[in-house]
Design a binder for this molecule. Structure first.
Ligand code: NAP
Length: 420
């Protein structure tokens, strides 16, 4: 495929799909990987992550041929559009990519480019590993108890973009349908109204929950918790929970047991090789994750819950500067940090690149480069625990050395060289 709006590297080979059914990849030792540095602080954390990932690849006898692709402000500056088709095609063709944050104006302007990218790629599982790194300051007493992997559904829910603005003909058509055709009286107040629709499908729920179950089984995790607000939203959030239990029964047999079965049939003694499936109501879950952190392991939830929950959980292990993520589906992956573009710090060489670097670590793991992925984690941990940190962590610890984004990346690279 040829591209006009992409910086094609001179060398490197394309990653290809080895098995359509499992999504398994054929990964060369010098893969072409598209990268979007992103808006705001993306211009700081993007290059920092690239530098660290290059060092980890080199230390394990490989190389990455970066393909610069553009979205957001950089795409507007260069090509006069927010999301060039070439960017989407390059990511689709090369299968595994990494991006920094992209700015989304609140209320007006264009829709979220992040949501658009995840939807176009149908990267339906947003995976957010939430684990503690030694030396990271935390607002809780025992942050090391946190070791969760959050699977957030990425394509449905109130984020699906089915909504109408107050004052439009469309919203009045929807109001009339709801009131006149569906007989819903006395719910929507008179006057201007904005209306959004919350689709939760069996298909979307089961394919996300299946990813979480498979991950838990492959990685010897103890449990998968389905997080929902089904007590209030019975036909969407409760349906998600019910489809989760149905899937466990239909496809996993004895490998998955419910919490009731754990107690009724096994006296609370979990049989080896099994994963317990449980569910929690979302608001309760937000406090459980603080008070009973180590009872939770793999989480499967819908789009909105997952967005809130992962930021709250991320705060326990050091905040947005730390929390990584990766979007997966159909043998494709787009790694991206949980944080946004923090425009007030843009270009200051100040913010913490750890979240972007650890998102890159998830990407290396997805490529099957476990040695390189572990090296990145160990080098980041080594750097932070030696007191070398960026401003966000520095303000929470006594002593330590406050580093700029680029100096922090240099320190991690030094540790990669030392540890390899
Ligand atoms: P944000 O950009 O994540 O920043 C909020 C605050 O979090 C920052 O002011 C800073 O806190 C801290 N923070 C974030 N990233 C950090 C880092 N790398 N190192 C250290 N601290 C960091 O959230 P926002 O201000 O709500 O959103 C700004 C824009 O980003 C919006 O347009 C939003 O739509 C977009 N966004 C994009 C994505 C994405 O691309 N996936 C995700 C979320 C938001 P302190 O000021 O306290 O130091």
């Amino acid at each position: 495929m040829s591209y006009d709006k992409v910086e094609v590297p001179e060398d490197g080979e394309a990653i290809t799909l080895a098995d359509e059914e499992t999504g398994e990849l054929d990964v060369p030792e010098n893969p072409i990987i598209p990268i979007i540095h992103g808006d705001g602080i993306g211009t700081d954390v993007g290059p920092a992550a690239q530098q660290v990932l290059d060092a980890a690849a080199e230390a394990t006898g490989r190389s990455i041929a970066w393909m610069r692709v553009y979205a957001g402000a950089s795409a507007r500056d260069k090509y006069g559009e927010n999301l060039p088709e070439d960017t989407v095609s390059a990511i689709r063709e090369h299968r595994v990519a990494i991006k920094g944050p992209l700015t989304t104006p609140v209320g007006s302007g264009f829709r979220s480019l992040n949501v658009a990218l995840r939807k176009t790629l149908d990267a339906y599982a947003n995976v957010r590993p939430t684990y503690y790194l030694d030396g990271v300051p935390s607002p809780v007493k025992a942050p090391e108890k946190m070791d969760m992997v959050i699977f957030r559904e990425n394509t449905e829910d109130v984020y699906a973009g089915i909504e109408w603005e107050a004052g439009t003909d469309e919203v009045e058509t929807v109001r009339a349908f709801v009131e006149d055709e569906m007989g819903v009286d006395d719910v929507i107040h008179d006057g201007p109204v904005g209306i959004g629709i919350k689709p939760i499908t069996e298909f979307g729920s089961k394919r996300l929950i299946r990813e979480a179950f498979d991950y838990a089984l492959e990685n010897d995790r103890d449990s998968v918790t389905l997080v929902h607000k089904g007590n209030i939203m019975k036909f969407t959030e409760a349906a998600f929970r019910d489809w989760g239990y149905e899937l466990a029964e239909e496809e996993y047999g004895d490998e998955l047991i419910t919490e009731d079965e754990l107690w009724d049939e096994h006296d609370g003694d979990q049989p080896e090789g099994t994963v317990v499936v449980k569910d929690r109501i979302a608001d309760n879950m937000l406090q459980q994750v603080l008070t009973r952190t180590d009872e939770y392991d793999v989480i499967a939830t819908m789009n909105l819950n997952g967005d809130y929950f992962s930021d709250a959980a991320g705060a326990q292990i050091g905040g947005l500067g730390i929390a990584p993520g990766i979007n997966r589906g159909h043998g494709r992956a787009l790694a991206e940090p949980v944080h946004g573009s923090a425009p007030k710090y843009a270009g200051e060489d100040k913010v913490n690149p750890t979240a972007m670097i650890l998102s890159g670590r998830e990407m290396l793991d997805y490529l099957g480069w476990k040695d390189a992925a572990d090296l990145v984690r160990d080098a980041v941990e080594e750097t932070i625990s030696s007191g070398k940190v960026t401003y966000d962590l520095h303000r929470q610890i006594d002593g330590g050395e406050k580093l700029a984004t680029s100096e922090f990346a240099d320190a991690i690279v030094e540790n990669i060289e030392k540890l390899s």
